[in-house]
Design a protein around this ligand. Structure first.
Ligand SMILES: [Zn+2]
Length: 400
């Protein structure tokens, strides 16, 4: 009987959706319920320093068994995406037949290229009314199951394992109040990726860009040579960006400018973008490009017409991880030893691990085994969760 499945089903039914409109940490009170349960369970396993801090970060340390000096961190987040809100109702499909999966409300899981290969496996899906929450309750369950294995009397020799379970990762705040020094790991892994075998240590460099256009309004009947229509100037500003460099036309290592919000009238217009690129030099060129467009618009329409505010959001962890490729190799070897082909791919987004890496804790990302995160069609195969427990055990083992 798989204990990780039982843990997952138990944890996932505790409502932990985070809320980006909230100013508090944790952003929602439900996250305390899971945090307190996890601390109780860790204490019951004999993890003496298991604790939750005042911001709902859960920590605990499993001392090394044998003479193994490395201190390895494992991190997952307790909150779930608000993509589809409401409590989670997990459904177990004992032996998936490889065909379409019909859920409530006419939601059908079908047409995904990974589905046929899951035939014959036990799957966990939602009832079609919410996300499943495998992102990242699966990571939490896998780390907790590993903890229960390592704290048994018959556990094999292993390194020190530092466990960190964070709130509010889905709203970009999972690393914000993480106590790196007290956590005490030399390096760590987030267990927050998708399909079994994913191993990631490259993410976007990221910035936000707000362009404000100041116009001059006047009655349209008397506007000749007087009006400066901010909405039209904003459209001009946007038209100067390379048209193919948007999310809908890019993949892999291709960066983009993404217009995510616009509003405006004759007097005032505002464009909001996010800017992304894996490559630091190309990222800088993108920032230079929006400044150059702003300068052009001001030369054309008058100084002060356009104001561009750039704010860096996060950086690609690759620059720092490249100095610690041994930890990527360690993960690659752990997957390999468990018969899983590791798939190294660039993340088209950011991770808490990227922020932690820049806070001094190198932190690549590992798979959880799940698919279709943040939507009603989210699912996870039970064998993938079991395999991840095995991979994590290998990762912190003496042989790794
Ligand atoms: Zn996640």
């Amino acid at each position: 009987m798989s204990q990780v499945k039982e843990r997952f089903l138990r944890y996932v039914q505790i409502e932990t959706t985070s809320d980006e409109t909230s100013e508090t940490c944790p952003s929602t009170p439900g996250q305390w319920n899971l945090a307190k349960l996890l601390v109780q369970e860790m204490q019951a396993m004999g993890i003496a320093d298991a604790r939750v801090d005042e911001h709902c970060y859960v920590y605990g340390t499993i001392p090394a068994k044998g003479d193994h000096p490395e201190r390895i961190g494992l991190i997952a987040h307790m909150d779930t995406s608000d993509g589809v809100t409401g409590p989670t109702h997990p459904q177990v499909i004992p032996c998936y037949d490889g065909g379409p999966i019909t859920l409530k409300n006419g939601v059908v899981i079908d047409g995904f290229p990974f589905l046929p290969a899951l035939a014959g496996q036990e799957l966990i899906v939602t009832d079609g009314t919410s996300v499943l929450g495998a992102d990242d309750t699966a990571g939490v369950a896998e780390i907790m199951e590993l903890a229960s294995l390592l704290t048994r009397a018959d556990a094999p020799e292993h390194c020190t394992v530092c466990i960190g379970l964070t709130p509010d990762a889905e709203i970009g705040r999972g690393a914000a109040l993480f106590g790196v020094a007290r956590f005490g790991a030399d390096f760590a892994y987030t267990v927050d990726g998708g399909a079994l075998g994913e191993l990631e240590y490259e993410n976007f460099n990221a910035a936000s860009c707000v362009v404000t256009i100041h116009g001059v309004n006047i009655h349209p009947g008397e506007a000749k040579n007087q009006m400066k229509n901010a909405a039209l100037v904003a459209m001009h500003w946007n038209s100067l960006l390379p048209p193919a460099e948007i999310p809908a036309h890019t993949a892999g290592y291709e960066g983009f400018y993404h217009l995510c919000q616009m509003e405006g009238d004759e007097e005032l217009a505002r464009l909001q973008y996010i800017i992304r690129d894996h490559d630091a030099a190309r990222f800088q060129q993108r920032l230079d490009t929006v400044q150059a467009i702003t300068a052009f618009i001001n030369a054309r329409y008058g100084e002060g017409t356009a104001v561009c505010e750039l704010k860096e959001s996060y950086r690609n962890m690759r620059e720092l991880i490249e100095q610690r490729m041994d930890i990527v190799d360690r993960a690659r070897a752990a997957f390999g030893a468990c018969g899983v082909e590791p798939r190294i791919q660039p993340i088209r987004g950011g991770t808490d691990g990227a922020r932690l890496t820049y806070m001094g804790l190198p932190c690549p990302n590992l798979s959880t085994g799940g698919y279709n995160f943040h939507g009603r069609k989210e699912l996870i195969p039970v064998p993938a969760m079991e395999k991840m427990v095995e991979v994590l055990a290998r990762l912190v083992s003496a042989q790794a």
